[in-house]
Design a binder for this molecule. Structure first.
Ligand code: HEC
Ligand code: HEC
Length: 611
């Protein structure tokens, strides 16, 4: 036994797996021979190729809207990128520096990894929550594996031939057996775990690491609402402590970091690097193989703006950080932890104003925030909702997505704000405790306009108003017969839906005073409510992916909105509808938007709020 154990140990130390880092989803990847780095430039819609170690950008390939992941295929210089907003996977020849083809996928491809032998690619489709297995050679989809809801992070672990996949809004990690494509294990965290967009596996031990936050919805306070974590998972089956959450705000005394985005385990698995997109810094940690502490603090490095990716070169001498709002990748020496090169990877495609607004939106530093835990993006990452209902001082409030907001002012469920500049209140409130963006003694007022008082505040508004609707994947082939029947039900005199959900944005919201508010019978079931029972009509565009519903988030599904939450027909008339008609109506709602609402809006003379 003992001799066997020694042999096993030697095999374990010298096996090549020990040298190859676990493949995990990222905005950045390095080829196995260490000569090429690729990064997906989300704002620019391109993938840049950097020659290593000369650190020269040798190519920038247009891929489409919002690329979110890039991966070299096996040990080749071929790569593939996910184009999140265009629903495509783009293939690139890294030596020829050009696109070699693309395929359509159902919706929202986010993470992408390759099997180490380069025969397969695995892609998370955030909506509807599947993992695609793609043959890297023929580029055909071999299997669609239903894995969970809103899946984002994906890591390929060669050690146990499993994929580890994270659910974005719950932080639940699922293990998928590569052979049979089945979910064979899962690890739940706390109910407040949120925004788990990345996962990596230890190359040699049964450990999986994921960065995420916790959203404590019952507290609206700068030091009590959002918390940064790395969770460590014991991936071996069996009893014991299977998931250990490491609180990163207590990792180095009381030093607070915000919005952990991605992490990387070094090829020798001695180091773990994690970047914070809110506080613009990172932790360098030692990996401790004690199955108890797991990580030991080594150093904090200050980074550039909005770091979203970190990768270690295969020779373990350099690690790279992608500061996405500097459009720059920075190389660091893994011994000294000092920067050795700065590589501008693409042009900044944003105007000065939108760029500034975006920097502020992601920042958990002054003048936005004093306690460093929270940024606007902690609850509205990339304009999406965090999938939570917050216990706000005015009552329960489901976080809204910011898509199309330029056209749907006034804002908030209660229309208590008429411009994003009013969020100066949020910045200075208990929630963020920032110094604020308006200089001097001027105090913001909700009644009087705040536009024009501060360039930064106007920039924050301009950025917030940039988020556009994407078309519903349910209408890719046009409206189905059921959706067409549902459309008739929606626009019928009897149901009255279109009385309030009118126009190209399916809302009668308008900026003329008095704002239109409606009591649709939803204001009675929350004792903490201070503003109801009348609410602003929400847009219905994009609701196929924004459950739960209603201002208080109490309707889990669209069906509940139309049935159990509308028993006395105060919210349109639905009681006369048959089961089939309700299903058709839901089918129609899920197809919104099936055409670009801005074209229709411009025709009818509507105006967007730009800042
Ligand atoms: C703790 C989570 C949280 C943070 C932090 C946060 N928000 Fe929100 N946000 C919400 C919730 C919840 C709502 C829905 C509230 C409502 O409508 O009454 C909301 C609504 C909004 C809306 C209205 C959207 C619409 O169409 O009605 C805007 C705009 C917005 N937030 C911008 C911001 C900005 C800018 C910041 C940073 C200054 C910020 N938020 C910080 C949770 C948050
Ligand atoms: C009298 C105006 C009015 C009518 C008529 C109306 N709605 Fe609404 N609708 C609203 C308001 C106001 C809300 C927000 C209520 C709340 O959050 O408590 C809402 C919310 C919704 C929501 C939830 C949206 C979300 O993001 O959570 C859906 C779905 C919806 N309506 C669909 C319909 C359908 C379908 C009909 C027709 C059967 C209809 N509505 C009729 C005013 C109306």
């Amino acid at each position: 036994m003992r001799a066997q154990a020694v042999v096993a140990l030697i095999a374990f130390v010298v096996t090549p797996q020990w040298l190859a880092a676990g493949t995990s989803n990222s905005l950045m990847d390095i080829s196995a021979d260490g000569t090429l780095l690729a990064c997906a430039n989300r704002d620019n819609g391109t993938v840049s190729l950097v020659d290593l170690p000369s650190h020269k950008v040798v190519g920038e390939i247009p891929v489409g809207h919002k690329p979110e992941g890039v991966s070299f295929i096996g040990d080749t210089h071929q790569l593939a990128a996910t184009v999140y907003a265009d629903d495509q996977i783009v293939f690139i020849d890294g030596d020829a520096r050009r696109e070699t083809g693309r395929i359509d996928v159902f919706d929202e491809p986010y993470g992408i990894v390759s099997s180490p032998d380069g025969t397969r690619l695995y892609v998370t489709l955030e909506y509807p929550g599947e993992v695609l297995e793609i043959d890297a050679q023929s580029r055909s989809v071999l299997r669609k594996l239903p894995v969970g809801k809103f899946v984002r992070g994906v890591a390929y672990s060669d050690r146990d031939r499993r994929l580890y996949v994270t659910e974005y809004h719950t932080g639940v990690v699922k293990a998928v057996d590569v052979e049979n494509g089945k979910v064979v294990d899962q690890w739940r965290g706390s109910r407040s775990d949120n925004l788990a967009r990345h996962v990596a596996s230890h190359p040699a031990r049964p450990k999986v690491y994921l960065p995420h936050i916790r959203s404590k919805v019952t507290v609206a306070h700068g030091a009590g609402s959002i918390f940064p974590y790395v969770s460590v998972i014991d991936s071996e089956p069996g009893e014991g402590r299977r998931r250990k959450p490491i609180a990163l705000d207590a990792f180095r005394g009381t030093f607070v970091v915000a919005n952990p985005w991605e992490l990387a385990v070094s090829p020798d698995a001695r180091r773990l690097y994690v970047v914070f997109a809110g506080t613009d810094d990172m932790y360098v940690c030692d990996v401790v193989d004690d199955d108890y502490r797991e990580l030991k603090y080594v150093k904090v490095n200050n980074l550039g703006k909005n770091p979203r990716a970190v990768r270690v070169a295969p020779d373990n001498e350099t690690f790279y950080v992608y500061n996405t709002l500097d459009f720059e990748v920075v190389a660091y020496d893994t011994e000294s932890l000092k920067p050795t090169a700065k590589i501008g990877v693409c042009q900044n495609p944003l105007s000065d104003e939108i760029w500034r607004g975006k920097v502020l939106f992601y920042s958990a530093l002054q003048p936005m925030v004093s306690r460093r835990w929270i940024s606007c993006a902690s609850c509205h990452p990339d304009g999406h909702s965090d999938g939570r209902t917050w216990h706000n001082p005015e009552g329960l409030r489901d976080t809204t997505a910011l898509f199309g907001m330029a056209w749907t002012h006034p804002i908030h469920w209660s229309a208590d704000r008429d411009e994003v500049q009013d969020f100066e209140h949020t910045i200075r409130s208990q929630l963020m405790q920032g110094r604020g963006l308006i200089d001097g003694d001027v105090h913001p007022s909700l009644e009087k306009p705040n536009r024009g008082l501060s360039r930064d505040l106007d920039a924050l508004a301009a950025y917030s108003n940039t988020h556009k609707f994407t078309l519903s994947p349910h209408a890719k082939q046009g409206l189905s017969e059921s959706a067409q029947r549902g459309r008739k039900v929606f626009f019928s005199e009897k149901t009255k839906c279109a009385q309030c959900h009118s126009g190209p944005f399916y809302t009668d919201s308008r900026l003329q005073q008095p704002f239109l508010l409606h009591d649709v019978g939803t204001g009675d079931d929350d004792p903490s409510e201070k503003m109801g029972p009348k609410y602003d009509t929400p847009t219905l565009l994009g609701i196929y992916r924004t459950a739960p519903y209603l201002h208080h988030g109490k309707a889990a599904t669209l069906k509940e909105v139309l049935t159990t939450h509308n028993e006395d027909d105060r919210h349109g008339r639905t009681s006369h509808l048959s089961e089939g008609e309700i299903d058709d109506l839901i089918e129609f709602l899920k197809c919104l938007p099936y055409e670009d609402p801005e074209i229709e809006a411009k025709k009818s003379g509507l105006k967007a709020v730009l800042n």
